[in-house]
Design a protein around this ligand. Structure first.
Ligand SMILES: [Zn+2]
Ligand SMILES: [Zn+2]
Length: 328
């Protein structure tokens, strides 16, 4: 499914198989998650995608050929971080998520809305056995960016999550397993999302404009709405943190300095490191994180994106392509 130009529907096309370069693996795609970032690219809100482009950076696939790290038939995941230079100041100091020359899957590199994909084997992760293909896919971005955001939010006991979609429904499970209390903020009146939050053990769920019943130690904003920044600052205690986890956000409205005063911290989280990936995929089966997925056929990628744009996906949307059972 190919994006030929921003703001135009993905088109089903037959493309030639790319030649493998050194260190690349060819994958048969089994499932690929649909991330809000895909929607931002599709809708022209991120300005530098390669074109034409195959979207998708939550790829679960089996290795067909290439590379040396994996036996053919091994099930692996491919995340957003697709390549780094290894030489810039960020790469050399453990911050490869900020690499000056990073290439991203489904943005600079073709991704997983396809029957096959090609990836650098150094950026592929083995997928824990216990996860079915579709349920593993959301771990690869929603899970990873959520995990990184939760680390950045600190170890406070009361965590607010603004926007209760794919990432938040995973973070809520990690936070609960650590004995923390989760406060879930959704679009006004989004009762299914609030019900999901409560089912996953949140202490409270309500509208994003509402004040939580208790002061928060930290908040993570997953929704791309700038007006949530002052709302979240208002909800956290002195010394608390507000973490912006999305790649795109509407402008943040002016707000009085007193919302930041009191040593509150406002920061963003960008991309992931391979270390984040290894840690999350080790942690996921032990929590255990259970992802709630709504499955679409590959050819229905536009429908999945439409539903995500409309706020109609509860949990994560995933495209399924093949099945792993025939491979095993
Ligand atoms: Zn670099
Ligand atoms: Zn993503």
């Amino acid at each position: 499914m190919v994006l030929e130009a921003p703001r135009s529907p993905l088109r089903e096309l037959e493309l030639p198989r790319p030649e493998l370069e050194h260190g690349q693996v060819r994958l048969r795609v089994l499932a690929c998650g649909v991330c809000r970032t895909d929607l931002h690219i599709r809708d022209g809100e991120l300005h530098k995608p390669k074109l034409p482009l195959i979207l998708g950076h939550e790829i679960v696939g089996t290795v067909l050929e290439g590379g040396r790290a994996f036996e053919p038939g091994t099930r692996v995941g491919v995340p957003w971080l697709g390549w780094t230079c290894g030489a810039c100041r960020y790469c050399r100091t453990g911050k490869e998520n900020l690499c000056d020359r990073a290439r991203f899957t489904g943005y600079d590199l073709d991704g997983g809305y396809a029957e096959e994909a090609v990836a650098d084997e150094r950026f592929c992760f083995p997928i824990p056995e216990s996860y079915p293909d579709a349920e593993a896919a959301p771990l690869l971005c929603a899970g990873l960016i959520g995990y990184r955001s939760l680390l950045r939010a600190g170890d406070g006991a009361r965590i607010g999550l603004y926007g209760f979609g794919a990432a938040a429904h995973i973070v809520a499970q990690i936070a609960r397993s650590e004995g923390r209390r989760v406060f879930a903020f959704t679009r006004p009146g989004d009762e299914p999302a609030q019900a999901l939050a409560l089912r996953l053990g949140s202490a409270w769920a309500g509208d994003s404009a509402a004040r939580p019943p208790e002061e928060l130690d930290a908040a993570i904003i997953f929704a791309p709405a700038g007006e949530l920044v002052p709302a979240a600052l208002r909800a956290v205690r002195k010394g608390g943190s507000v973490v912006c986890a999305g790649i795109h956000m509407s402008d943040i409205p002016r707000f009085p300095y007193e919302l930041l005063w009191g040593e509150r911290t406002l920061c963003s989280v960008a991309n992931l490191t391979r270390r984040d990936g290894a840690e999350l995929l080790d942690l996921a089966p032990r929590v255990p994180i259970r992802t709630e997925v709504e499955v679409f056929a590959l050819g229905d990628a536009e429908l999945a994106l439409d539903r995500l744009r409309a706020g109609e996906i509860h949990g994560a949307a995933v495209l399924t392509v093949g099945t792993s059972t025939s491979e095993r």
